[in-house]
Design a protein around this ligand. Sequence first.
Ligand code: NCD
Length: 308
Amino acid sequence: MPTHLRHLITLQHLGAETLEHLLDRAESLREACAHGTRRIDLLRGRTVLNLFFEPSTRTRTSFELAARRLGADVVNFDITSSSTSKGETLLDTLHTLEAMHLDALVVRHRESGTPEFLVRHAASGVSIVNAGDGNHAHPTQGLLDALTVRQHRRHFDALTVTICGDVLHSRVARSDVHAFQALGVRDLRLCGPGALLPAPGELPGCAFSDNFDSAVEGADVIIMLRLQKERMVATLLPDEAAYFERYGLSQTRLRRAAPGALVLHPGPINRGVEIASEVADGTQSRILEQVANGVFVRMAVLAELLAR
Ligand code: NCD
């Protein structure tokens, strides 16, 4: 049995057994829902609070749906003005919310390390779930990407996975790398303009490239990333048309990948910048499956952390 999780901050060091257990749990919840079960009252009487300091569509909505489908009470706190800083203010927020007897705090913050900070200060009965912190981690996205791939390909160790785009600023890329490596992927390629790639030492075991044509060659899974301009300190890029030319996933470029390669993107998509519309909406796109799986993965995580 994998060790019991109290918080979910990062997938790093979680281990294959725990990841597979969470994916199995998400799969059985998907099965149950496919058979018409709309609500599973595992978390009746528990309270989940969504505390989002950054904008979010998919992640916040799916955490909300996930908690509701498990019978929990959900409160949404949208603090999109990111001027609220760490320290007193955040702690005050935490203690105020704790006084309302919450069981889980789902937090998104522009600063890496905020969820860990909350773990250090949270009351003993409160679970912290990271819904994305800075460029550090987005564990439920890593899980839902792994689940989406597992739905189509059984053996991770035989797969070539290419992640392309703004890897430097991407918490999704980091959580994907941690998930796919733990699950056995050996050929993991990170691609983007040199200015948007992290130092190779940060993500050991990955191949780094600034040439998308070669990085996509023979890939079984291609994960495209958005240019996260809100995290860029200076203009690190040529214009968008030039970017698409070199790093965009077009139908022509997709032909270099393995036949039937799966195309993923965490969203939000910039059509014509990192991905062509015909690819995003094409037969190889798994983007909407990712969204659907997001709910089951978040149900699995909340059930794992909170069920008595
Ligand atoms: C991602 C995020 O916020 O990290 N989106 C998401 O959660 N689906 C990626 C992004 O914003 O580009």
